[in-house]
Ligand binder design. Sequence first.
Ligand SMILES: [Zn+2]
Ligand SMILES: [Zn+2]
Length: 248
Amino acid sequence: MVLIDQGFSGKQLELRLARMDLKPNEIDGILITHHHSDHGGGARIAQKRWDIPVFCNDRTATALNLDLSKVSLFENLDALEFGNDLAILPVPVPHSGADNVAFIASHRGERGAVITDLGSWTEELVNHVAGCHHISVEANYDVNRLMNGPYPMKLKDRISSRGGHLSNDQTGHFLSRVISEDTRSVVLTHLSEQNNAPHLAESVVLYHIQDQFEGDIQISLQDGPEFTHHIGQSESEKVAREGIYLRG
Ligand SMILES: [Zn+2]
Ligand SMILES: [Zn+2]
């Protein structure tokens, strides 16, 4: 089992894993997308306290001041193998001041993508994510909330730049490029508490993908691993079927 990103204190990591009946020493490796503290700030403590191997690229390892004796450096676009049935490919994504990657995991014919912190996407990313069964992607901000909100103009510009974060609208557009009939679940992550809200992210993204997506859409919130569940088409179909069954 691998963990993608570790931005928590040691205590928080333990608590959050415990909610899923897991312990830190059950993790075989931690993969870090990029050095920003919400993604890599807890990698060093995981190395120190539990000896968990960390996997990241050179720039991320240097910026996080990691113990290099416990780091496996990867090159972007070189697949990592875990055991004999898990492969993970790091794909570079644009995020200013960082060498950020998305991860595409393959396991027994299933493919899943974890994509966060990018202001725009590349065709290379689209090619790798297309057809994934599960896609986790950030939906960071609602354009109106960001632009009319209290952040200074400089920060607004940085967030919405090509190297910043994806807006709900951009995430919906990206998903419309990569979702296929094989895609069964989408998880929206990294929602800004200041500049976004679950119902906005869900409705804007669904606007872009509702004609092509029949799986579940879920939203991950910052204060816990549990998801708020928003009903996608397959769920509503199930409910409809059960309703018919009960009535029949
Ligand atoms: Zn982040
Ligand atoms: Zn970041």
